[in-house]
Design a protein around this ligand. Structure first.
Ligand SMILES: [Mn+2]
Length: 341
């Protein structure tokens, strides 16, 4: 794969550029896409951001969010933009299948394909780009790209807001182990551009509707299962539970983190019953590697402290399997716990 430096010599004249990210965009996916969008537009390119599906409400404050083309709403406009594009950026994902229904459209594109991403094992479809699993977020990588392309003078408040949102969420508000000194230097730099961090934290995190807060209270009280000897916790949510509180896909986001606020818990799992599968989120604090766990047992993966997976079994069967796999890892979890402070 050729470097982003090499791409820059291709971008010396104005190009038509499409920027995409994964299905169910999170703040890093959308923030990195819009950060790059605001940057490349200022460079004279004609950019469009395409999202595979409609985005969660807590992202709509981002500058440019309402200009994003949604494949589930504007399929024809998306197809047209992709077919006319000279360059296609893939941000915060490493294979087209992560865009679900948009994937066939991207696969047919003749545009130069570029990846900027921090997940393991990128597909070989990309001609240019950067895949750095040690980076905190794709937003940090877009920031690095802007600086390394001598674009510092174009780094404005809109870009700062978008990029900060992704780095804030992907580092768990600067507490995961991926929060390097460069992350803090980046944030300091963005603050010098006028960024107000508190307002963005509020926009992203303090946005619950009543049903979502009540749902959170319910699952913590009624659906939390602890496995104390393995320092693990499982929250298991059925389709009925989701319907009862009328919660959408995005509403369960982040609930997986709550069990980690207990001293004795260092591995937390959230499983929920969706249309066609059991969706799984894994989080850990410290040394226990949930990326390996998700990859080994549940067709998933992600990062050291945060990963996802899925199961085609029933909710109950998935729960029982989880208990079994946690027991298999019990000694490891105990030693991770012994090494924590
Ligand atoms: Mn990310």
């Amino acid at each position: 794969m050729k470097s982003l430096d090499a791409l820059n010599s291709f971008l010396t004249s104005p190009k038509k550029i499409v920027i995409t990210h994964h299905y169910n965009a999170d703040a890093d996916a959308l923030g990195s896409s819009l950060g790059l969008f605001h940057y490349l537009n200022q460079k004279g390119h004609q950019c469009v951001v395409i999202s595979p599906n409609s985005m969660a409400d807590f992202l709509l404050w981002m500058p440019g969010a309402r200009e994003v083309l949604l494949f589930d709403k504007h399929a024809e406009a998306c197809k047209k933009a992709v077919s006319e594009a000279d360059v296609l950026f893939s941000l915060d994902y490493n294979q087209f299948s992560r865009t679900k229904f948009l994937a066939p459209v991207l696969e047919q594109s003749n545009a130069v394909k570029v990846i900027i991403d921090h997940h393991l094992f990128p597909d070989d479809v990309f001609e240019y780009g950067l895949s750095l699993p040690d980076k905190s977020s794709t937003c940090e990588m877009v920031y690095d790209y802007i600086l390394s392309s001598s674009g510092e003078y174009l780094l404005n408040l809109d870009i700062a807001r978008c990029l900060y949102a992704g780095v804030m969420t992907d580092t768990g508000s600067f507490r995961f182990s991926c929060t390097t000194p460069s992350v803090h230097r980046m944030v300091a730099h963005l603050m010098e551009k006028g960024l107000e961090t508190a307002a963005i934290h509020t926009a992203v995190f303090d946005n619950y509707q009543e049903n979502r807060l009540r749902f959170l209270g319910f699952v913590l009280s009624e659906r939390l299962h602890l496995i104390p000897e393995a320092h693990a916790a499982i929250i298991s949510v059925s389709r009925n539970d989701l319907n009862r509180f009328n919660v959408n896909t995005g509403d369960s986001e982040g609930i997986v983190n709550y069990p980690l606020s207990m001293k004795q818990v260092l591995f937390s799992i959230f499983i929920s019953e969706r249309e066609d599968e059991i969706r799984m989120s894994f989080r850990s604090k410290g040394q226990f590697n949930v990326n390996e766990f998700a990859r080994k047992y549940f067709q998933g993966g992600g990062h050291h402290n945060a990963a996802g997976g899925k199961s085609e079994r029933s909710l109950q069967q998935t729960f029982e399997l989880l208990i079994q796999y946690i027991q298999e890892n019990q000694l490891l979890l105990q030693s991770c716990y012994a090494e924590s402070l």
